[in-house]
Design a binder for this molecule. Sequence first.
Ligand SMILES: [Zn+2]
Length: 449
Amino acid sequence: MDIQNAIRRLSDSIKLKTVSNQIYSTIETKPFLDFQIFLETSFPGIHENLEKKVINSYSLLYKWPGKNSESEPIAFLAHYDVVPVEPGTKKDWLFKPFSGEIADGFVWGRGTLDMKGALMAIMEAVEKLLNDNFSPERTIYLAFGHDEEIGGTHGALHISNYLKKQGIRFSYTLDEGMAIIKKEISPSQSPLGIIGVAEKGYVSLKLETKSQGGHSAIPPFKTAIGALCKAMNRLEKNQMPARLTSPISDFFKAIGPRLPIQRKLLFANKWIFKHLILYLLGKSDNTNAMIRTTAAPTMMQAGIKENVLPCYANLLINFRILPGDSIKKVIKHVKKTITNDSINIQICKDIVSEPSPISSSKSKGFLNIQKTIRRIFPDTLVAPGLVSGTTDSRHYSKISDNCYRFTPFVFGPDDTRRIHGTNERISIDNYVHGIQYYIQLIKNSSANY
Ligand SMILES: [Zn+2]
């Protein structure tokens, strides 16, 4: 493998500012078209041998026909849009966010982790296999969306609708979502590769209320802001019920043998200690999000002047919905908890998503991903898991029962905050292993089963 050129190509991909703004119509489209041309010139083998279809102007679908048309195809999913750099933080970047600088053993810039790094690693792997005259047994699709960061409804949703119309179903799909966490921060005392088998749902609710305005020198007993604060306070005190879903209990089953003795006993006798387990998991932010639907107040608007009582106030609460719960259940819970009929509740329509179905952690696809992780990252324990964010994968559950979410990069303690944050970067070691992983996975998955 020509590592130096692969790294240079990754660096070049970062230089194209394929930024997703919150409002789709305001997105600058030229870098997206430039990115398509960049892929064509960087990967001539792929563009000669695979069938390419551009969907909704910017999303890309490649088909690598397999020798055996009877075998169900598989799909590697990725997105090439990136989030903007937060205003005011540019000065904190060690290298300009779109420089693609190669320095200190890293490629730096927005999108290196989320997720041009994986997209480019997939392309490198396929190009390499084509150069080696490899041809897959089963058909492989590469599906790259262009608006994942704002919901994927213009990209991934269009691609999956197109595939559905063709009657295509996948043996499995693989997208971003989880990764390998380093030994130092792993609860299993070894590197831990987590394959997301489901993802939480997403809805934001807008709570609005009106009240008499007037002079702040003579306030009434009930104010608009006061009512919303009280409602939020009640929601924080009365969270939605905790539950052990199968991705989480399977996760603890997999890492159980590596846990300290008390915890090991706890999880080995899960049904006896169910309440204690839920109580313990509910105590930290991270594990609480694994066992229940969470409510996060993210925006509040009211008032125009410090001595004027606002007649109107609104509060936005972002919910991440546990599999088994639903948007309907969330609204019911909010109404029941706040017990205030004067507060109007509305769904924000930008991104709305029910929790995904749960994919099997025993399917051939899962076992192939697991086997490949163990091969490329020896000593890594592999476990299924639940993704608390959203990914493009959810648009594919209608055309595959097995949607997996795993990126083959090893994350240390400060890597996750770089995603969507400052100084996003990928180590060259991570990138090279990523390419090797996709090469191996294609070989493992290509065989008939
Ligand atoms: Zn992403």
